[in-house]
Ligand binder design. Structure first.
Ligand SMILES: [Zn+2]
Length: 428
């Protein structure tokens, strides 16, 4: 009889069992093992089926398409325009958003510094916010005023338009008093704004602009406090418009992913408003995203030179447009068409030039790093093939044709950045 010691304890105790018993036990153990293996297989299969179902649900879910910067807000307040009806001219209204497949937009709270200063700037910002809220409330069946990603997804599912708000430039705070600045940032968050751009084309109490008094200067000490407060509140820090130094200072300070709400790539079009390759790469590493600006003169620097030259040389031909088109966006479009007529060699950028910028951002920041920051109604001309938001489908097709990740670029990347603002921060 073969004595088998199955365990160390057994060996020490000198116990043993006969072969048949061992075989029976082994078979039982094998049975148990195969039951366990089958169960594990079944769990894996269930997981695989669930994952497939989830992927299928995602693929079937309406595409969330979010533009992080539209300037339609000005006409909504100043002219009483309601974008839920078709609007005359301009780049965006809800019927055109639906035609182009845009389900969500950050309405820019932009205050022109030459028109509003100090307290008047703050009051103007509040009036713009009030107008966005009023429009959303007037259309409960069609609009959702959103401050988070689940709301934006739900709106897309329900066929509603998600309206979000971002403040363009901290000069809109109307003060440089540190306590009041911080108090007003809190107020903007309470009112539903989910990003603040540190600066616009002018310096702000928070930092220096790419086209301000000293582009070599960066974030101010108040700016550092503001970034920390925004991180704490769950408000995105927007680094469009800032000087390169302000950008790097923000990246040193922030504990959350940042957003460039409307910026293109400087290595493709040399303009200080655009971002250098190393900046775009750093945003990718930070988990943030760069939403590409559609403006012709930001995406093609050579064209910018040609376009300015023709308007300078033939200024008399352009002068009547001033009186003909009181809306400056429409005037811009008319000037764009006139410039093409006057100079057959003007060769304006097309949709493909814009796609080059998306391709560049994806190459530098990864597939999670690019998004849409059109600047609709905030710039006077758009690339050939993308005249307004109703033609956004053409951009989607052009991105897909280049093998670029459409769903992430159109919406998922921005939703991820938005979600990251309130996610727990891992301790260092
Ligand atoms: Zn801007």
């Amino acid at each position: 009889m073969l004595l088998v010691c199955a365990t160390g304890a057994c060996r020490e105790a000198g116990c043993g069992r006969d072969e048949d018993a061992v075989q029976a036990e082994d078979e039982a153990a094998l049975d148990l093992a195969s039951v366990a293996a089958r169960a594990a297989d079944e769990r894996a299969e269930a997981r695989r089926v669930a994952e497939l179902a989830e992927a299928q649900a995602r693929a079937d879910a309406p595409i969330v398409a979010i533009d992080t910067h539209v300037d339609t807000t000005q006409r909504m307040l100043d002219d009483g325009d309601d974008p839920f009806s078709a609007l005359e001219g301009g780049h965006l209204d809800v019927p055109r958003m639906r035609a182009g497949g845009l389900t969500a937009a950050f309405f820019s709270i932009y205050v022109r510094p030459s028109d509003y200063r100090g307290e008047a700037a703050w009051q103007r910002a509040l009036a713009l916010i009030g107008r966005v809220r009023e429009v959303a409330e007037a259309h409960p069946e069609e609009a959702s005023l959103c401050t988070d990603a689940p709301c934006v997804r739900e709106a897309a599912r329900d066929g509603k338009i998600a309206m979000l708000m971002g403040v363009e430039g901290a000069h809109a705070l109307g003060t440089d008093d540190p306590d009041l600045v911080l108090e007003r940032i809190r107020a903007l968050h309470r009112l539903g704004c989910r990003y603040i751009t540190i600066t616009w084309s002018v310096d702000s109490p928070l930092g220096h602009s790419s086209s301000g008094s000293n582009p070599a200067a960066g974030l101010t000490s108040l700016g550092t406090r503001a970034v920390r407060l925004m991180n704490e509140l769950g408000m995105i820090v927007d680094i469009s418009h800032v000087s390169d130094q302000t950008f790097w200072d923000v990246m040193e300070t922030t504990t959350r992913p940042v957003l460039a709400s409307h910026s293109s790539a400087r290595s493709l079009a040399d303009h200080p408003r655009n971002m250098r390759d190393e900046m775009i790469r750093a945003v990718g590493e930070n988990g943030g995203a760069v939403c590409v600006n559609f403006y012709t003169q930001f995406i093609d620097a050579d064209y910018r030179g040609r376009r300015r030259a023709i308007e300078f040389r033939r200024r008399r031909a352009f002068e009547p447009l001033e009186a003909q088109y009181p809306n400056w966006v429409d005037r811009g479009q008319a000037a764009f068409e006139l410039a093409q007529e006057l100079d057959p060699d003007l060769d304006p950028p097309t949709l493909q030039t814009l796609v080059d910028h998306f391709e560049k951002v994806v190459a530098l920041a990864g597939p999670g790093g690019a998004c849409l920051g059109s600047d609709f109604d905030g710039v006077p001309e758009l690339p050939v093939g993308l005249r307004d938001v109703s033609e956004l489908g053409a951009l989607k097709d052009a991105l897909a044709a280049r093998g670029l990740p459409v769903r992430p670029i159109f919406g998922e990347n921005v939703l991820r950045v938005l979600e990251a603002q309130t996610a727990p921060v891992p301790s260092p």
